[in-house]
Design a protein around this ligand. Structure first.
Ligand code: GLN
Length: 541
């Protein structure tokens, strides 16, 4: 196992409870280091036993994020890419399932030469290897390593032990620990309690880890007394306690952290010559967000409405495009299952919108509701943006109601339908099992001139990220085009339709890929920008 000699590793752990925004905190630290002109890469260690989140329910786990190389990962990678503006890859997400898979595969091959396989050193060794390999292959200045879960979780132990060993092997000058913890507020005594933080730091210490920075999350402003108590009991300097009160806009976090000079603490720790972070872009973004008055009403037609995280990147991409035009996003959740059942209240919601977005999704439930929304958008010239499944919905609706293929459907929802305008491409994959059979990651796409897509991208060749099993059926290309559905984005070989748009409509566009994964708060995605522009025109500028 080759130890990295230059890369500085920052481990981020979480204490007290989950849901503190550990991923956001690490991403914000990454943004600050990037703003100091360092190269930053990040990886997330997920303690669960699934091999990857690809087959996990969005209800439980939020969206599945996809990187250029087709890695299906935890949504925290989305935060990292948005904050650090770096393209992550297979070196950015490790799960316990993967670790065991690797170790057991080696065991079956006899690679351990009859030895007893144990958590220490075999599981921890594999984890360390993964981290060292990422450091060696990517060679960033800083490698941020977020350990999922909360300190004390049984599943997290091998990761903490690996982090401890890495700190032992590389030494303080190359490793740092940031602990994100919660200070609950007690109304009765009107104070923020530090005891849970003390307890979680003790837990870390008992595992041989001493945090160098404590990010203190709270819903209220941190008092001086609270900081003093943390300093005293948790063995950190006063400057190293970073107050992190809950914010309205997540992009405030880097600017807030830097108010406590976190960049200085980190660079001092690693004995680096100080570089000041250039946060002007983030500050300007916050100004734009705060000064926005006009609201734009976008209906998001989905089925995972209980859990916003299922559409996290879509939400952030919409917001980024709104920030660009200095307008506020008023996102209206519309339940496709209710639409399907002809729920009057849900249908009425459509009439107040400035635009409709149908995001990606799997399975039959709610599909007819989405088709109804697409029909409404087409007939009422309301801007419509379909992402992956949303694009397939656009094609099905168009085929049924404009091209008069009344029995059009997707093979996914009705394999026996007369006109399968969306189908499983023969030869694309022989294996139809649920794990690992999707078209994944970055694929090239050629944009046709004089189309809405070209107006947005202003270039003829693009690359976008995919995650789907079904495709537009090439047999219907001509018929649909003749009826007015333009193929404005195509694969270089013209065998995979990538973008379709309805002529004679201000903006009715669907893309087979997921543009939301490439949108950045400081660089909104061209298609989202164009969509919001069309919605603004609809709402009267
Ligand atoms: N269910 C569709 C497919 O598999 C769309 C997937 C998606 O929206 N990501 O092709």
């Amino acid at each position: 196992m080759k130890k990295p000699t230059k890369v500085k590793i920052i481990f981020v752990t979480g204490g007290v409870c989950s849901g503190l925004g550990k991923g956001l905190s690490s991403a914000a630290i990454g943004a600050i280091l990037k703003a100091c002109n360092y190269e930053v890469f990040s990886l997330k260690l997920d303690p669960y036993l699934n091999v990857d989140p690809g087959t996990m329910s969005p209800y439980q786990h939020g969206e599945v994020y996809v990187t250029d190389d087709g890695t299906e990962s935890d949504l925290d990678l989305g935060h990292y890419e948005r904050f650090i503006d770096v393209d992550l890859n297979k070196h950015s997400n490790l799960t316990t399932g993967q670790v065991y898979q690797m170790v057991l595969q080696k065991e079956r091959q006899g690679d351990f030469l009859g030895k007893t396989i144990q958590i220490i050193p075999h599981i921890t060794g594999t984890i360390k290897n993964y981290i060292y390999e990422a450091a060696e292959k990517i060679k960033p200045d800083f490698l941020l390593v977020e350990i999922g879960g909360t300190v004390g979780d049984i599943e997290g132990e091998p990761y903490l032990e690996s982090a401890r060993q890495i700190s032992h092997e590389l030494g303080k000058q190359q490793v740092m620990f940031v602990h994100v913890t919660l200070l609950p507020y007690l109304k009765a005594s009107n104070e923020l309690k530090t005891k849970p933080t003390q307890a979680s730091v003790k837990e870390l210490q008992s595992r041989g880890i001493r945090p160098d920075i404590i990010v203190a999350r709270s819903d209220y402003k941190l008092t001086k007394e609270a900081i003093e108590r943390i300093t005293l009991f948790c063995d950190v300097t006063e400057e190293a306690v970073i107050p992190a009160s809950t914010v309205k806009v997540i992009y405030e976090v880097p600017v807030n952290f830097e108010k406590s000079k976190i960049s200085k603490i980190i660079q001092n720790h690693f004995d680096l010559r100080y570089r000041k972070p250039e946060l002007a872009d983030w500050k300007n973004l916050l100004k734009a967000i705060k000064s926005a008055r006009k609201k734009i009403k976008i209906g998001l037609i989905g089925k995972y409405t209980e859990n916003n995280d299922a559409y996290l990147s879509v939400n952030e991409a919409l917001k980024a495009a709104c920030y660009h035009y200095k307008v506020k996003l008023d996102l209206i959740w519309i339940d496709s299952v209710k639409l399907e059942k002809n729920d009057k209240k849900e249908i009425l919601k459509l009439s107040s919108l400035d635009g409709i977005l149908v995001p990606g999704g799997f399975g039959k439930r709610g599909i007819e509701g989405k088709i109804l929304a697409a029909k409404y958008a087409r007939e009422n010239k309301l801007p419509y943006f379909g992402l992956c499944l949303g694009a397939q919905i656009l094609a099905i609706e168009f085929a049924r109601n404009v091209a008069k293929l009344t029995k059009a459907n997707s093979e996914e929802f009705d394999p026996k339908a007369e006109h399968l305008v969306v189908n499983f491409l023969p030869g694309q994959s022989e294996n139809r099992a649920k794990g690992g059979t999707l078209r994944l990651g970055a694929w090239p796409c050629i944009i046709k001139k004089d189309t809405v897509a070209y107006k947005a991208y202003k270039t003829e060749e693009i690359s976008e990220r995919h995650r789907h099993r079904y495709e537009f059926n090439n047999l219907y290309r001509e018929q649909l085009e003749q009826a007015g559905l333009i193929i404005s984005g195509d694969s270089p070989k013209k065998d995979l339709m990538e973008i379709v748009e309805v002529t004679d409509h201000p903006f009715m566009l669907g893309c087979q890929f997921h543009p939301e994964f490439k949108s950045r708060p400081l660089r909104p995605h061209p298609l989202f920008r164009e969509f919001i522009k069309a919605c603004l025109n609809k709402s009267g500028g």
